[in-house]
Design a protein around this ligand. Structure first.
Ligand code: SF4
Ligand code: SF4
Length: 167
């Protein structure tokens, strides 16, 4: 688990509170958590039960790569970039034995924006990227060599979850 960057804080970003599935709260992926302050009568930003020790474990432990220090301080915060980046973890399948980036779109087709393309191109030179589009489609991105090596195994039919990925 990455260590949060000492000079970074989520601020107004609450992208992961929408994107992640939280079983304990029966919260589906890509659905804003009902416990977000901005959805409460008094409004505000962040989580309304932040200090509650019974908060689901994923809420305590999730750290995106931006919060851990990756990328530019302003432009690459997930709510601005349109993407949440983290390292993926596959327990089986073609990516089980190598590091890869797991990237969730939080804005439709955000991966096509100029800054996002630059960031993804940078990462994709070194490791495979599994992009989870807002539509649910999973797309393999990376250098030509990476895509040629992994593409047919990883991609599968559009919309299928071919790669077993830990959340
Ligand atoms: S996506 Fe990252 S920066 Fe945004 S709220 Fe989650 S951990 Fe914080
Ligand atoms: S409980 Fe709080 S931290 Fe967890 S998903 Fe909901 S708003 Fe986010």
């Amino acid at each position: 688990m990455p260590v949060p960057h000492p000079k970074r804080a989520c601020g107004e970003c609450d992208a992961c509170c929408t994107t992640l599935q939280v079983d304990e709260l029966a919260k589906a992926a890509h659905t804003p958590c009902a416990l977000l302050k901005r959805l409460q009568p008094d409004g505000g930003s962040g989580c309304s039960i932040w200090k509650d020790p019974t908060r689901p474990s994923i809420c305590h432990t999730f750290v995106c790569e931006w919060l851990a220090g990756f990328g530019e301080n302003h432009a690459d915060r997930p709510d601005r970039l349109g993407l949440i980046l983290r390292m993926g973890h596959a327990t089986e399948g073609p990516l089980a034995s190598e590091p890869f980036a797991l990237v969730h779109e939080i804005i439709n087709e955000a991966h096509l924006r100029p800054r996002a393309r630059t960031v993804l191109a940078q990462i994709g030179q070194n490791i495979p990227i599994v992009l989870v589009k807002l539509s649910g489609e999973r797309v393999l991105l990376g250098s030509k060599a990476i895509v040629e090596r992994l593409g047919p195994q990883v991609l599968g039919p559009v919309g299928s979850a071919v790669v077993p990925l830990a959340r």
